[in-house]
Design a protein around this ligand. Structure first.
Ligand code: M6R
Length: 342
């Protein structure tokens, strides 16, 4: 049941803190598997991270974390699995909330035939993808009814941060507070996220920009608003504006900046470029705001948890935009919760 919430999507966003808490406890209880996976990843030649949609954005985030440390992680959109030929010491990480997405299954099948070991991160115990893998990591986000992935995305990010810290032999203590950060962010920003969403609801095109680790979150923000509010949105790394996309910007064009908390001086310049073309700028910042944004949401959080702080905000913005436009966010047209067709 919706337990008093108007939609499952909003209920599930509000369940994110508990989903993250349970996920982290689950990882702590299965440290043995996490350590084995970490060891496999440290030893691997390349890490192929295969996933679709929202799960791909979590995979991209994880790949960026690893690549910054000198690993070779290749984020792969599942339906494009044929573009990679595995070599001997490669390992595959499949990320899928449902564990049943056909494109991911097909990729796994090919990679197994090429001799790879498969690690899976799913939310559904003994799903197809979990069964097909050598190492099974589980999120414990609980069932997600809304078609739009919300608490499962935030739990994927928490799981992948956990795994990353173990790979790097760092303490995971900071993750024990992660659910509190998510809870505070939801409580503190829901009103502003509603305002952002209701403003954006009037638009027909939006850019979502970020830099570095903010890019996958910008991509997820754009996907969410497309799939439930039916507003065309595009995400790209902010530095690319001058290489083409800024041509589209005119008076009133909305640009949402995901200010992850790194590279903020560069992002500030990108914001100025947009404002010089009379764009309306919206920023979502962790710890330090962008100076000249027209609208802003600022949250404070441990910088290692920035992604977990931003995720519920972009989800609430999309939710309130959809509701304002009169759509049912739980049942977006043309979409199924689990995509088991090619
Ligand atoms: O179950 P999966 O994580 O494999 O699903 C992959 C995508 O279909 C899914 O993340 C989709 O993009 C979301 N429902 C969008 O909110």
């Amino acid at each position: 049941s919706k337990e008093g919430y108007t939609h499952f999507m909003l209920k599930e966003i509000h369940e994110s803190p508990i989903a993250v808490k349970d996920t982290i406890s689950g990882f702590l209880n299965d440290m043995e598997t996490v350590k084995e996976v970490a060891e496999e990843i440290r030893r691997a030649n390349r890490i192929i991270v295969i996933a679709a949609g929202t799960s791909y954005h979590a995979g991209l985030y994880f790949s960026l974390l690893l690549n910054r440390k000198g690993y070779t992680a290749i984020p792969l959109i599942a339906s494009e699995y044929y573009n990679i030929k595995l070599s001997k010491n490669d390992i595959v990480l499949a990320i899928s909330q449902s564990g049943e997405t056909l494109d991911v299954k097909m990729g796994i099948k090919k990679f197994k035939e090429e001799g790879a070991k498969i690690v899976s991160l799913t939310n559904v115990i003994e799903s197809h993808i979990a069964r097909e893998s050598n190492y099974k990591l589980y999120m414990r986000a609980g069932p997600e009814i809304g078609v739009a992935a919300t608490k499962t995305f935030t739990s994927q990010l928490a799981s992948l941060l956990f795994l990353y810290s173990v790979i790097e032999r760092e303490s995971v203590d900071y993750l024990e507070k992660a659910h509190e950060v998510v809870r505070n962010v939801i409580t503190e920003t829901e009103g502003l996220a509603k305002k952002f969403g209701e403003e954006l609801a009037k638009k027909s095109n939006i850019y979502y920009l970020g830099r570095g680790l903010g890019v996958p979150l910008a991509m997820e923000g754009a996907l969410k608003i497309k799939e439930i509010a039916y507003i065309h949105a595009e995400a790209y790394p902010a530095g690319e504006s001058k290489h083409g996309p800024i041509a589209l910007v005119e008076k009133g064009f909305p640009v949402v900046f995901i200010n992850y908390g790194e590279l903020d001086d560069e992002l500030e310049k990108n914001l100025q470029e947009m404002k010089a073309r009379f764009a309306i700028t919206y920023s979502i910042s962790v710890n330090k705001k962008l100076n000249f944004s027209d609208f802003e949401i600022l949250v404070n959080a441990d910088e290692r948890l920035s992604a977990l702080a931003i995720a519920p905000i972009i989800q609430m913005i999309a939710y309130y935009a959809a509701v304002k436009r009169g759509y049912d966010p739980d049942k977006p047209r043309n979409l199924a919760k689990t995509v088991t067709v090619e």
